[in-house]
Design a protein around this ligand. Structure first.
Ligand SMILES: *[C@@H]1O[C@H](CO)[C@@H](O)[C@H](O)[C@H]1NC(C)=O
Ligand SMILES: *[C@@H]1O[C@H](CO)[C@@H](O)[C@H](O)[C@H]1NC(C)=O
Ligand SMILES: *[C@@H]1O[C@H](CO)[C@@H](O)[C@H](O)[C@H]1NC(C)=O
Ligand SMILES: *[C@@H]1O[C@H](CO)[C@@H](O)[C@H](O)[C@H]1NC(C)=O
Length: 356
């Protein structure tokens, strides 16, 4: 399962999809979703690089620990790094054996994370069906530059084609929901009983032939009975009401369309959505409740974001105060096909205070 069909370059060069979401958020747009009439932020928002990894390092997913430190899953190697957002210092937190890269990450209890591992080739942007598994990572056993975090395989998912984003369904029961970008479905994984079940399939999770992007359902975030998601192929952010066991209560609905090549997202304090658009090099904002996306950081901003894959809200009083949004980048997904990179993958910071 490749990320793109071979018509990719024609698509990139000719697609109106990439032109839909290029407007910079204007003061008028912002007022529409700013009921408190705060002063207007400067757009595009500036980007600060916290840590730059070597070229060819694909940062795929982020989680912020309760102590404020960032965990970054790589897709170009089966590794998790811990990065200090204040000093930029990075150290290898752990490695997962027998996989080539990592995708989703979710915390079920303090410092206990579950990560999705699998064989995905960044050189060909191809996932190998049947190679995915879920691992438990005990971050409290990790001492920077001394001891790696203890890891343990939870379960193999031979039925999965391309596992991607993960979110916690129930902390109490230790259950996760994991997106399958090729099947267009969501698996529920019980990390204790190891039961795996495909619980949701929906047309808004799938791949439509209108776009050559062979990657549908991508990021997931569960809160208060609603599962929020992105679909890269359909360029949308949506939500679906679900039962406590993860099965659907209703059909999925669209919150925002025309978000070209959307990757992952984070939900802000007032319920707005910060969505990353990998190939278009953009960070966009969808207002609470949905609506058209506005660009917060665009393709031509300097230093900008090259290949933003993921977003996570900072923790800690100061970070929340200024609305720190951490963004993981891959240095440009298409550069992996040629191996010719201009920058490394990064963890960057965008202060989204006014939109938070
Ligand atoms: C771990 O070691 C690396 C390389 O020597 C260094 O850059 C980094 O700051 C260290 N991390 C911590 C948390 O001490
Ligand atoms: C996945 O890749 C690893 C590392 O190259 C390899 O050892 C393993 O056999 C592969 N797994 C499958 C199921 O192909
Ligand atoms: C966004 O704008 C387009 C027109 O550019 C429109 O078709 C679409 O319905 C709008 N709304 C959402 C929620 O994306
Ligand atoms: C690599 O990228 C640079 C900058 O975009 C370009 O100037 C150069 O020609 C490229 N090299 C190859 C071998 O494609």
């Amino acid at each position: 399962m490749r990320l793109f069909k071979s018509s990719l370059l024609t698509f990139i060069l000719s697609s109106p999809l990439l032109l839909i979401n290029t407007s910079i958020a204007s003061p008028t747009d912002y007022h529409k979703h700013d009921k408190q009439q705060q002063s207007l932020p400067f757009l595009p928002l500036p980007v600060k690089i916290i840590h730059e990894f070597p070229r060819g390092t694909w940062v795929e997913n982020l989680a912020v620990r309760s102590n404020g430190l960032i965990l970054a899953n790589l897709l170009s190697a089966p590794e998790i790094y811990q990065v200090n957002p204040t000093t930029g210092a990075a150290s290898l937190a752990t490695k997962i054996p027998a996989a080539t890269g990592l995708l989703g990450i979710a915390e079920t209890e303090k410092d206990v994370y579950y990560v999705v591992a699998g064989n995905y080739s960044v050189a060909t942007l191809t996932a190998k069906a049947g190679t995915f598994s879920v691992w438990r990572v005990d971050v409290d056993t990790f001492k920077p530059n001394e001891t790696l975090a203890k890891v343990e395989k939870v379960v193999d998912l031979p039925q999965a084609q391309f596992l991607n984003g993960a979110t916690v369904l129930s902390r109490r029961e230790g259950t996760l929901l994991i997106a399958d970008s090729a099947l267009g479905g969501v698996f529920r994984v019980n990390t204790r009983s190891k039961e795996v079940k495909l619980v949701i399939k929906d047309p808004l999770f799938g791949i439509t032939p209108a776009s050559p992007v062979e990657l549908g359902l991508n990021g997931l975030s569960y809160r208060g009975g609603e599962l929020f998601f992105t679909n890269t192929n359909q360029g949308l952010l949506g939500k679906i009401l679900i039962q406590p066991d993860g099965t659907p209560k209703a059909k999925a609905e669209v919150l925002s369309r025309g978000v070209a090549l959307v990757d992952d997202f984070a939900v802000g304090g007032k319920g707005g959505y910060f969505v990353t658009q990998d190939v278009p090099n953009q960070l966009s904002f969808v207002p609470p409740g949905g609506g058209n996306a506005s660009v917060l950081v665009g393709a031509n901003d300097r230093p900008g974001l090259k290949g933003p894959t993921s977003a996570a809200i900072g923790k800690g009083k100061r970070k929340v105060g200024r609305g720190s949004l951490y963004i993981g980048t891959n240095g440009g997904a298409l550069n992996y096909l040629s191996g010719n990179f201009t920058v490394g993958g990064t963890i960057s910071r965008v202060d989204i205070e006014k939109f938070y």
